[in-house]
Write a protein that binds this ligand. Structure first.
Ligand code: FAQ
Length: 338
């Protein structure tokens, strides 16, 4: 079963076509789309898709893209103060990778008919979200390690299943993103290991960072399943492959033995192996804090958005120069000149 190509399947606007005929055609397209999803086929940009599917993808991909570029800020805060040239070079490469991830994701959203400008305008106007995690401050160098280990670790847990997302361009973008995130996670783990095995003060710094980043990392997976607005439909469409709670549990199960290997403690007295479930039990998450951060009341929401707006304004000349270059080197009919 192959999805129907949008260009050949317009359902409205044909003169003399009755409402009943339009509805029947619409139902037929929908059946083809449903069958393609059921058969685990990829939906591609030119395929017909329900408008709600398109809107849901734009919402999720935009939030994801915004998270990548806002996520550059807490880490960039330490580039000038990295403890060695080696650490500085690694951190610069990581922050650049995040910009690249934003680029792949904005490009994936563009294939759904939304321009990058439009999405950035919505971000700057506070009309689209980015991940709650990036509204927390990076107070010490150890926070860079904790972000790599926990935040990138949570991001990988969430994003590996997205490589099997039903929408082709998003799934393919995720393959490369996940490879790079794996490198990021390892560098964070290694930086924390060095601190944990260092002086007493360095060990304490690593522990303090883990104490502050642990709970917000668990919140990254989104609200509990019974409060998640989009999960059921997103799973039916195979955009999401697992629920928020399933992925959160998977992350906890991976992180606990890693914390032990690091010689660091996770700040949860209720954390213990549950033989019957075959998983770690963990304590209650403070969902009031999560919703409060989403409303704009986290420690760094204002700072993150105002820096982003400023960066966009500062970059205006680059966009103008690129547009003017493209105009100069493009012929009357849009083809590039030799
Ligand atoms: N923060 O119905 P659900 C990274 C919102 S990338 C803010 O469960 P859904 C890389 C949600 O949008 C991190 N808002 O939503 C990196 C919805 O509001 P809406 C980003 C959140 O979509 C590392 C409402 O709550 N990753 O870290 C959050 O089914 C280091 C109800 O929620 C992605 O975006 C949250 N944590 O599930 C970069 C992955 N959670 O839209 C730099 C792709 C929920 O109705 C440095 N996204 N909300 O207004 C997803 O997998 C999903 O969108 C979820 C949320 C799982 C995040």
């Amino acid at each position: 079963m192959t999805a129907v190509t949008a260009g050949t399947t317009g359902t409205t606007g044909a003169p003399g076509v009755s409402d009943g005929a339009v509805a029947a055609t619409q139902a037929a397209y929908e059946a083809v789309f449903d069958a393609a999803v059921a058969a685990d086929e990829r939906i591609e940009p030119r395929d017909w898709m329900p408008e709600a599917y398109r809107a849901s993808l734009v919402r999720q991909i935009a939030q994801h893209a915004h998270s990548e570029i806002i996520g550059m800020q807490p880490e960039a805060n330490w580039i000038t103060r990295a403890p060695s040239l080696r650490r500085k070079a690694i951190l610069m490469a990581k922050v650049q990778d995040e910009a690249g991830h934003g680029l792949y994701l904005y490009s994936a959203a563009e294939t759904l008919g939304t321009s990058r400008d439009e999405l950035l305008d919505k971000l700057h106007a506070g009309r689209q979200k980015y991940s709650s995690i990036f509204n927390y401050p990076t107070l010490t160098w150890a926070d860079v390690g904790a972000i790599g280990w926990l935040v990138d670790g949570a991001a990988i847990t969430n994003q590996v299943p997205l490589c099997r997302c039903s929408y082709g361009p998003y799934a393919r973008a995720m393959v490369r993103v996940c490879k790079e995130e794996s490198f990021h996670q390892r560098q964070g783990y290694e930086a924390l290991l060095a601190l944990s095995n260092g002086t007493e003060a360095q060990h304490a710094m690593a522990q303090d960072a883990v104490d502050r980043w642990w709970w917000p990392s668990l919140m990254m997976f989104g609200p509990p399943d019974d409060e998640s607005t989009h999960t059921a439909q997103a799973m039916a469409w195979k955009i999401k492959r697992h629920t928020n709670d399933e992925l959160r549990q998977r992350f906890v199960d991976i992180a606990v033995p890693q914390a032990e290997a690091l010689g660091l403690t996770l700040p949860d007295p209720d954390l213990r192996w549950n033989e019957e479930r075959g998983h770690y039990d963990f304590g209650p998450i403070d969902w009031t804090e999560f919703w409060d951060v989403l409303k704009g009341n986290g420690p760094c929401n204002d700072q993150r958005l105002s820096k982003r707006r400023q960066a966009h304004e500062d970059g205006a000349w680059v966009r103008e120069a690129a547009a003017s270059y493209a105009e100069k080197h493009t012929g009357k009919h849009g083809e590039a000149q030799a």
